[in-house]
Design a protein around this ligand. Structure first.
Ligand code: ATP
Length: 247
């Protein structure tokens, strides 16, 4: 099995995670290639957050196997996690630190020397349109710009897999659109695989694939257009509701 370059960005084989009687993740298998943008669509309680907690090593599956860039999460968590960037559902910036301060702190956690971190930070902030805000406190940023900063932070150690957990929640439509554009450019420019968990169907059409999760199981893993066709629906929302029932 390939490890590192050439390996799938993410591979899940029959992953199970239970909380007592609840099967939060119930035999999920999934493959993400380099540069693929996958929307993980599921209603509340479907298991999206639990899946991300397993992928980011916060919890260990009861059974099954997770590999990031070919590194087994159980046997080789350090190289696996080095390939992973995460934008969490809840904002996790230090609002008292400056924009650059937040990024330098993260670089330190990843063992990136300041001499490498500083030009990388400058480049990333320019790309994300935040260069003029480098010395502002994170508290002074709008919701949309805070999300951009979290994206910059998630990318600083140059991961090959980016997880975004409901990352657009609370943003106005323009900021949501901006963030989605940034995701698309990442796919094109850096071949970063992106797994975006969402319950918002209008975020799905831009994805290469959509994975529908409900009660911990994958109900569909296909292109957005196929999802609509197969359900004989007119929109992704209709297809989603037909599969998962009214929310
Ligand atoms: P949301 O969109 O509401 O965040 P989700 O798709 O992220 O939902 P999860 O939060 O992963 O779903 O929850 C999946 C299932 O596991 C739910 O039935 C939930 O109640 C249960 N669950 C999640 N975390 C725990 C926990 N720590 N202890 C017990 N049950 C849990």
């Amino acid at each position: 099995m390939a490890v590192g370059k050439g390996a799938p960005a993410l591979r899940l084989d029959n992953v199970v995670k239970t909380y007592g009687a609840i099967r939060a993740i119930d035999g999920v298998s999934l493959l993400a290639s380099a540069g693929e943008f996958i929307a993980l669509l599921g209603p509340n309680g479907a298991g999206k957050t639990t899946l991300f907690q397993l992928l980011s090593g916060l919890f260990v599956p009861d059974s099954g196997r997770i590999e990031i860039m070919g590194h087994d999460m159980r046997r080789n968590p350090v190289p696996a996690l080095a390939e992973l960037g995460v934008v969490f559902q809840q904002p996790t910036l230090d609002l008292e630190l400056t924009v650059t301060g937040n990024l330098l702190f993260h670089a330190g956690l990843h063992g990136i020397p300041r001499s490498i971190a500083k030009p990388r930070i400058e480049k990333e902030l320019t790309r994300l349109g935040l260069a003029g805000r480098a010395h502002d406190k994170a508290a002074q940023l709008s919701g949309g710009n805070r999300r951009r900063l979290e994206l910059a932070r998630a990318l600083l150690h140059e991961p090959r897999l980016l997880l975004m957990d409901e990352a657009t929640v609370g943003l106005d439509p323009a900021s949501r659109g901006d963030l989605l554009k940034l995701i698309l450019s990442l796919r094109a420019e850096r071949a970063v695989a992106v797994l975006l968990a969402t319950h918002l169907c209008d975020e799905v059409p831009n994805a290469d694939r959509v994975v529908v999760l409900n009660h911990g199981k994958v109900l569909a893993d296909t292109t957005p257009a196929e999802l609509v066709d197969r359900a004989g629906a007119a929109t992704i929302e209709q297809a989603f509701l037909a599969m998962t029932g009214p929310q």
